[in-house]
Design a protein around this ligand. Structure first.
Ligand code: 5GP
Length: 115
């Protein structure tokens, strides 16, 4: 059983979040410290701690995550100009919350990805 994170509390509506999309498989809400005009986190409704923990059983929900990301980008009006989708993994990836999430970042030119 994966450890609870702050995102579990958001899913259960125990703490507030600016939710922009939710269905039976994924939930999307605005990042509390946005790095760009649009910064949305899209998460599965169950906890996969990191990208290392992904398995075949997660295939459909993670595919759905991409479909929802594209829908939100359209709704935010950033699809045509473009945006960045990021999944951080563990210490070197800069992961802070151990409930797998996709960052959808856009609304300004993001430049080349710096590593
Ligand atoms: P990571 O570094 O794990 O990929 O990203 C975690 C993200 O979650 C960070 O961008 C951080 O600002 C965001 N975050 C952390 N706690 C909360 C919270 O309680 N609410 C919201 N909306 N975002 C959070």
């Amino acid at each position: 059983m994966a450890q609870e994170t702050i995102f579990s509390k958001i899913l259960r509506k125990e703490i507030p979040a600016d939710i922009v999309y939710e269905d039976d498989r994924v939930t999307a809400f605005r990042d509390i410290h946005p790095k760009a005009p649009t910064h949305v986190l899209i998460i599965p409704n169950y906890n996969i701690p990191t990208a290392n923990d992904v398995s075949e059983k997660d295939e459909a929900v993670l595919g759905h995550l991409f479909i929802v990301a594209a829908k939100i980008a359209q709704a935010e009006g950033i699809a045509e100009d473009g945006y960045r989708l990021i999944v951080n993994c563990n210490k070197f990836g800069g992961q802070e919350v151990f409930h797998l999430h996709m960052h959808l970042i856009g609304g300004k030119p993001l430049g080349m990805m710096v590593v």
